[in-house]
Ligand binder design. Structure first.
Ligand code: MG
Length: 218
């Protein structure tokens, strides 16, 4: 059973599904040469992909090109389907800092063949995640600085204001496909600056008003 915790409270959640948004920052879409999607690009990671703060990433032997993607994570606190944007934030119980690690070589090969690319996104340790802060602690999730350093060097430096879909719009859209349940997590996409990580790297992600996450590469 995989659990996440809310800081300064006794609250914890058993994690259900981890729903991820792709292509939600225009500058990241451009750096990968992808098309701007009409509809949100959505995929899931299994709960077994979670890695707690302070842990070590294990890059699978079937890849030689694992990329970091720093993302704002949303923790769902109550059940909802077809959630209206106007009410979306009331479904959140916390915000966290997450990485959506991606085996870019494996993903590119499978995308090229028109096949699902989950094994590029859902491997063990592919979802490092911090503890969550209570949702009421963040006034506006759509104006947060989001920054990743590797070995102290800045690699990603963006703001959630650059998201094509707001947090409210993401919750509304995801909930048209999947019933959202307590303990589900949504990753909201990554800004530009993704690049390869290597054994020995130290990754440190910070999101304004939310906190930080520090993991290493085994
Ligand atoms: Mg991502």
């Amino acid at each position: 059973m995989h659990q996440v915790h809310i800081k300064k409270t006794q609250k914890s959640y058993n994690v259900g599904k981890i729903v991820c948004l792709g292509r939600n920052y225009l500058d990241h879409i451009r750096e990968l040469g992808n098309k701007v999607p009409d509809r949100a690009v959505i995929f899931c990671k299994p709960a077994s992909s979670l890695l707690a703060d302070g842990g070590a990433i294990k890059i699978p032997e079937y890849s030689d090109d694992c990329h970091h993607e720093l993302e704002l994570a949303l923790l769902i606190g109550k059940t909802g389907k077809h959630i209206p944007e106007s009410d979306a934030l009331s479904y959140l119980d916390g915000y966290g800092v997450a990485l959506d690690l991606t085996l870019r070589d494996v993903q590119s090969e499978l995308k090229g063949k028109g096949l699902p690319w989950e094994i590029a996104k859902g491997f063990d340790t592919s979802c490092p995640i911090s503890d969550f802060v209570p949702a009421q602690q963040v006034d506006n999730p759509n104006t947060l600085q989001i920054k990743l350093t590797i070995n102290g060097e800045v690699r990603q430096d963006g703001n959630t204001a650059q998201m094509m879909r707001s947090v409210e719009a993401i919750i509304a859209e995801v909930s048209t496909f999947y019933t959202l349940e307590p303990g589900d997590i949504i990753l909201t996409g990554t800004p530009a600056g993704v690049s390869r990580i290597e054994s020995g790297d130290i990754l440190e992600g910070t999101i304004e008003h939310v906190g930080s996450l520090k993991v290493s590469v085994a």
